[in-house]
Design a protein around this ligand. Structure first.
Ligand code: DP6
Length: 360
């Protein structure tokens, strides 16, 4: 597949108003995407668990665009209110995707979005938000071209979501998604995410992710800026190579269910991501003292109980705790007894591996 395959070949024959709703989950990367080339091409491959509970629901009401405006005409409401901070990101998204969705120029879109998780929780909502929007727009195309098959629709949704936010392309499918061409995963692509096609060990099918909300404030450095700092980074070349190697190793682990290897790999990825941030020019740090306290407590809990609880981090201070479902009782007790104290307002969210975006 190339970019050209996503340009529709025939124009719409008729335009009719309608409404589409999509619910897209967030995802948590096991091997991290950090560094990119122009057009949202990742500098290294990544792999993630699709989540289940942390979702964005987006409704797109489309009507005939009677105005003069060139390009896509849209308005955006978040939880019923205008959200001007999100508009530049949407504008960039519509500019980047116009070539692949030229029929949108015929419509006015009223986009309304809401999240299942508390806003300003520090959880990156751009992955679920961009995936939900992209899936709705592909559904709009599909209503005019009912012949479009599901696999192509998913690829195109992921392709478009990527143009909004890289990691969003991993939120269309479940339960494990690979994004970025690499020789260990057949059919992997820089253009879109694909579902992990090997048989997943049973333990991962309902793996738990409890997200500890350590810091809910605005990050001082956005992911977009962080990615850019990988250009000319002294360790970038080695890091990108390492991510390819980690893809190969995690593939084996996801098939075998070797949890010791899983814990080591996932934590090493999280530490490497933050090491890249701490060694950029300029350097920055997104972990907070409570992030480190949680990490130390997790290590101690693992040593004492032998339960394969591990942590990962995205570009922020919050901590994702990953563990097999059968250990939920003990892990949740540990969280309540020891870790809640490190969470802002004692907040955490229980999530688990999920299935991907749903259109209704
Ligand atoms: C650390 O997808 O938010 O979470 O493409 O600029 O929107 P943009 O970046 P984004 O980066 C996510 C980085 C990460 C790792 C990951 O999810 O793989």
């Amino acid at each position: 597949m190339t970019e050209k395959d996503f340009i529709p070949s025939d124009p719409f024959s008729s335009i009719v108003p309608g409404i589409i709703q999509s619910e897209a989950p967030s995802n948590i990367a096991l091997v991290k995407y950090w560094g990119k080339f122009p057009n949202q091409i990742p500098a290294n491959p990544s792999i993630s668990f699709t989540l289940n509970t942390c979702t964005t629901t987006t409704t797109v009401a489309y009507s005939i665009n009677s105005g003069e405006k060139d390009g896509c005409s849209f308005e955006f409401l978040f939880e019923g209110q205008p959200k001007p901070d999100f508009e530049p990101k949407l504008k960039t998204f519509f500019d980047r995707t116009n070539k692949y969705l030229p029929f949108l120029n015929l419509y006015h879109l009223k986009i309304s979005s809401s999240n299942s998780f508390p806003h300003s929780s520090g959880i990156a909502s751009s992955a679920s938000a961009m995936a939900a929007l992209a899936a709705s727009l592909v559904e709009l195309e599909r209503r005019h071209h009912p012949g479009m098959d599901q696999q192509f629709a998913n690829q195109k949704s992921s392709f478009l979501a990527r143009l909004g936010s890289g990691s969003a392309c991993r939120s269309i499918s479940g339960s494990v998604v690979v994004w970025g061409a690499n020789k260990h995963i057949p059919a992997s692509s820089d253009l879109y995410g694909i579902p992990f096609s090997n048989t997943l060990a049973d333990v991962f099918k309902d793996y738990q992710d409890t997200i500890l909300l350590v810091h809910r404030g605005q990050k001082q450095i956005s992911s977009t800026v962080g990615h850019k700092l990988m250009e000319g980074h002294p360790y970038a070349k080695q890091r990108f190579k390492q991510a390819h190697r980690h893809l190969k190793e995690i593939k084996k682990v996801l098939i075998s269910g070797d949890l010791d290897a899983f814990v080591t790999l996932v934590e090493r990825e999280a530490m490497t991501l933050h090491a890249m941030m701490m060694t950029s020019a300029p350097y920055f740090m997104l972990m907070k003292p409570n992030t480190l306290s949680i990490i130390e407590s997790v290590w101690e809990f693992r040593r004492e109980t032998g339960i394969p609880l591990c942590f990962t981090l995205d570009a922020g201070a919050n901590v994702h705790l990953l563990y097999p479902r059968k250990h939920s009782g003990k892990v949740l007790q540990f969280i309540k007894n020891e870790l809640v104290a490190y969470c802002e307002n004692g907040q955490y969210i229980c999530d688990q591996v999920g299935k991907g975006t749903i259109i209704s």
